[in-house]
Design a protein around this ligand. Sequence first.
Ligand code: HGY
Ligand code: MN
Ligand code: MN
Length: 401
Amino acid sequence: MTDPTTLGQEAAHWLKRLEACSEDGPGVTRLPFTPQHRAALDVLRDLYASAGLETHLDAAGTLVGRRGDGPALLMGSHQDSVRSGGAYDGIMGVVLPALAVKHAKDLPIAVEVLAFADEEGVRFPTALVGSRALSGRVPPDALAMQDSSGISMAAAMEGFGLAPAKVPSLARDPTTVLGYLETHIEQGPVLETAGEALGVVTAICGIERHSVTFTGQAGHAGTLPMEGRRDALTGAAALVTEVERLARNTPGLRGTVGELHVFPNAVNAVPGAVRLTVELRSADDAQRTAAGHELTTFAHEIARARGLTLDMARSYAQPAAPCDQGMRGALQAAVRRAGGKGLELPSGATHDASAVADLCPMAMLFVRCRDGVSHVPEEYSSPEDMGLAIATISDFISNLK
Ligand code: HGY
Ligand code: MN
Ligand code: MN
């Protein structure tokens, strides 16, 4: 096997080419079924060919590369990015296994490398379409969801040369799959703080998202007395601070208000309405759902006390996905053989692996993330760490029983 640093430098070369497949502007912006996606597929086809992978684009826009016959180990991640994101999130998890296959002499099992079109859910209000297609769990309404210019996912797929009607037929027979291994930049500070290049994921957190609207009475900031005001923003602010208070006081729970829109949003007008999102994440589904109920009750009490009306609904939910014990152990042994401690950690970010877990056993390998920052242009993993990840993936494949 080529030495890890050389492998890592080759990975950096491919990632540099892929980084250019982006809209103009800071960082990487590569949304699904766009010219940037098509440019990335051209680069990935070159990479897959150099790895001896037989390649096709499936109906959901996943680039599938396969080598060998019989039940296969699936590996891969997503090709899409957030807006002005980094050059490693997702796409590094396609490049590294492809290079592991390329540099493997012979493979004891069949393997596939997968580049999923849309994990982030930035263009359309849904996510994980390609990976959920493998287990036949794409929600029926997903393909009808529209982007900000009113284009449905199905229309975007057809414009990309795909056949969205065939997405349901992508569901795999579980007996044809040995498992799924996703390699991903950690997107947090744990490995860097521990001085470790690689980590083994224990579980992927569950997520729920609530869309909330407080409605009061807009009015003139100067003539409307404080008494009797029905200010929607002061009500929303009480919920925002309660989300933070509850999450800070509940170990393992993360709560975020990521979006907040004020209407009419004018310096001299009392806010009449506020729309916001509440997102909760935890590796413990019961803890997360209990927090969701608690915050819903709190929001209704705030609305009642302030004379506001409240619309609050859970718009998205995804259960926590534990990684397969057997695969975790095998991956940890491979990390140790590559010189690591085999540190284990939960994933606060969600990944395609949480969807593929509905099809087959899954495991995740994390790669150290400089300064723990991700979803920003400064996102970075070093060639040395990527080389160790490639060597670990190769070792994992050759020891898979
Ligand atoms: O939201 C997430 O955790 C992922 O980056 N899509
Ligand atoms: Mn991401
Ligand atoms: Mn990702």
